[in-house]
Design a protein around this ligand. Sequence first.
Ligand code: 5GP
Ligand code: MN
Length: 342
Amino acid sequence: MLELSKYTKELSIQFERSDNILIVAHINPDGDAIGSQLALYHYLRSLNKTVNLLSPNNLQDFLKWMEGAENIQVFIRNRKKSIEMIRNADLIVMVDFNQMNRLGEAEEEVNKSSARKIVIDHHLDPVGNYDLIISDPARCATAELVYGLITELNGRPFGGRAFSECIYVGIVTDTGNFEHGNYTPDTFRIVATLLESGLQKEKILNLIYNNFSAARMRLLGYALNQRMVVMHEKRTAYIWLTREDLDNYDHSKGDTEGFVNMPLSISGVVFSALFIEKEGFVKISFRSKGTFPVNEFASKYFGGGGHLNASGAEKKDSLENTINYFLEALAENDQKLAESLR
Ligand code: 5GP
Ligand code: MN
């Protein structure tokens, strides 16, 4: 795990020097991206800093309740204002990603900006030029790293309901409610501190996991029943959904969140993929159990990335071609699949 004190001095200098700080989440922001972004926001606001918030695209409903989320500017919804925000910033902090292409349509403007740039993240192998990289893949969530950094900066745990909820959301969502990911005893020490400070974990769990529409539940039923292919010999299962499928079930953003994890509960299956047809491309999610490295798989065959057991990518092709390409890629991985979680 990273020695945080090595970074906090530089980080506090960067914060002190800055009059206008912009904190940016990655495209399709998840609980960890938004949790980390807002936790940092609450801390910096307590120091009376001017802080703006940007997301490349829309937040899913299950994150919109978080305090401060209403202040997140969405690039594709208001380009003019977003570009103005980027141009006015003298410090840009990027959380939970380490490749500029995760900025979606905001990438070009952020690249053009002369603001100092900081990355706070837990993915492997940062790509790009930044003034400061605080990257710790040993952390289960960027929010855990943010918590550590702010505790160090603050001299003691930073409090407040909103802050605690943000950290908790990041940790809970990136570990699938403590089911996967590289959480450590340190993770639970942080959670213990949050609970001692009065965090209402049940309220948050209900807001995140028990907050879906009936249509989403029916779509899941359909996906598992009609669109899941299990290849026991490959220890792999995949699910595919067409745009028509999504329309038929009155799909709204975020409804397919979590579907990709389901096949991993089948005995013997160590690799799961989800293909969702979008306009002009396919959104892909990968998950694995054990040692099968889905980040390498996503990056090698699809130009994507992520973590050992959770990754994703996009492919500009038809659903059919994408799945055929996936099956070809799979054939090159028999050995690794056979070895995973034996
Ligand atoms: P999800 O399947 O939930 O969309 O993504 C799982 C993880 O994979 C994310 O936390 C992120 O780290 C990574 N990921 C998802 N999509 C992409 C992508 O298009 N490119 C890259 N580099 N990583 C992705
Ligand atoms: Mn994360």
